[in-house]
Design a protein around this ligand. Structure first.
Ligand code: NZQ
Ligand code: ZN
Length: 391
């Protein structure tokens, strides 16, 4: 295991009706003027926004609102949010929605207290300072409610990039599994896929002797495989929703990633797909992961064989461990298809003719040097082959 520092100060408030505590929590974490940030309207339709506003009113905390965050959130609204917060002297950002809304909130929070262009953070500058952010989560997926990360798409060039820093970890996150019951099945499945991807990205490591985090990840993967189909079958299954929601947070708040190198190649390869086609991030990952894993397999056959045996119950073929490893990738692919996820470019709505464009944006876009690194290092030729495997 490698040395690490782990600082995860988010207060998680979990369970039924917990959104009614938003005001109390904003007050506890020092907010006196709030920007409520939300997406395309699901929180208006469900009545959640009104309940959150009522809880702020109860604490006599003034607020302003900014809706309209799109899935795969854009830089334009971030700039608008930064200006608004400065003008209105906002000192707390409350995200009500999914990963996109939370990420947009984090970007605004970092941008308000920064003199330069907030996009600097998405080009590698670490976020050291930000306004406090709280969240009321409505979809189990991105894990942004507990992560130090934010992913934004710059409209000029449509580059989708991430920024990081403990300063943007939410001060609190309200997790009420009931709120996820209004999700369309496709979004639920995309969320499940993203959570699984966050676990695999950490599982694929070059660090040795990381049994504790290996076992945590395997336990969470087993949970997802058990609960995923139950929630697709019955969207109102509160207990399954609850287990998925907490798994989604633990999968990505870094508990499972400490002390080990990680992969993240499926994510960066996918981000080009959701940037170009505006597909759900999880749906893009369903197509990306099997291709990336198959390509990475020769790098460490035993790692893929281990997850195949421990999570998917494959029989270990000691003479030919690559057979077991491939069975594990196939089992993952079949699971994702079974919950309604796409399996190739066509079912995702991607166009094979765009592969050169995707590879260029991935390897050269926005200042990159021609390679991307994770579990392995890939050049443009490797990335072209991987995208072709998805066709
Ligand atoms: O915009 P509204 O109307 O709210 O609708 C949303 C949106 O259309 C809808 N939705 C959310 N909760 C709902 C609901 N509809 C009905 N009922 C509910 N309870 O679902 C759609 C997707 O929402 P979004 O916020 O985009 O989903 P998700 O949480 O999957 O976030 C995806 C974004 O997070 C990024 C992704 O790249 C993508 O941009 N990620 C962020 C990470 C992080 N910050 O740590 C890590 C991830 O790997 C990921 O990259
Ligand atoms: Zn993800």
């Amino acid at each position: 295991m490698e040395n690490f520092e782990f600082y995860s100060p988010t207060c998680f408030v979990f369970g039924k009706s917990t959104e009614n505590r938003a005001g109390e929590l904003v007050k506890r974490f020092g907010g006196s003027k709030v920007l409520i940030h939300y997406g395309g309207g699901s929180v208006v339709r469900s009545g959640l926004l009104d309940r959150v506003k009522a809880s702020l009113d109860k604490e006599s905390i003034p607020y302003i609102e900014l809706g309209g965050v799109k899935p795969n959130p854009r830089s334009g609204l971030v700039y608008e949010g930064i200006d608004l917060c400065k003008k209105e002297n906002v000192d707390f950002i409350l995200a009500v929605g999914g990963g996109s809304t939370i990420d947009s909130s984090k970007a605004i929070a970092a941008g308000v207290v920064y003199d330069g262009d907030f996009w600097d953070f998405y080009q590698g500058k670490r976020i050291e300072k930000a306004l406090p952010v709280g969240t009321v989560l409505t979809i189990a997926a991105a894990g942004s409610e507990g992560s130090p990360d934010s992913v934004i798409t710059k409209e000029e060039g449509m580059f989708k990039r991430g920024a990081s820093g403990d300063a943007i970890r939410p001060k609190f996150s309200i997790l009420n599994p009931e709120l996820t019951q209004t999700l369309p099945p496709y979004q639920t499945a995309a969320g499940i896929t993203d959570i699984i991807a966050h676990l695999y990205e950490r599982y694929l490591t070059n660090s040795k002797e990381v049994e504790v985090t290996d076992r945590l990840i395997e336990g969470l993967l087993l949970t997802m495989i058990h609960e995923g189909p139950r929630v697709i079958e019955d969207p109102n299954n509160y207990e399954a929703r609850a287990n998925i929601m907490w798994a989604g947070t633990v999968a990505h708040n870094h508990t499972c990633g400490v002390g080990r190198s990680q992969d993240w190649l499926s994510h960066v390869i996918e981000h080009e797909l959701s940037a170009l086609y505006d597909c759900a991030h999880g749906a893009g990952l369903a197509v990306t992961m099997p291709a990336v894993f198959t390509y990475e397999l020769p790098h460490d056959v035993m790692r893929f064989a281990q997850v195949a045996v421990r999570v998917f119950g494959c029989q270990m073929d000691f003479a030919h461990p690559e057979v077991t490893a491939k069975q594990g990738i196939e089992a993952l692919r079949n699971f994702l298809i079974s919950i309604g996820m796409p399996e190739d470019f066509e079912s995702l709505g991607a166009d094979p003719d765009d592969i050169p464009k995707l590879v260029h944006a991935l390897c050269r876009g926005d200042g990159r040097d021609g390679t991307i690194s994770g579990f392995v290092t890939l050049n443009e030729d490797d990335c072209t082959k991987i995208y072709k495997m998805m066709v």
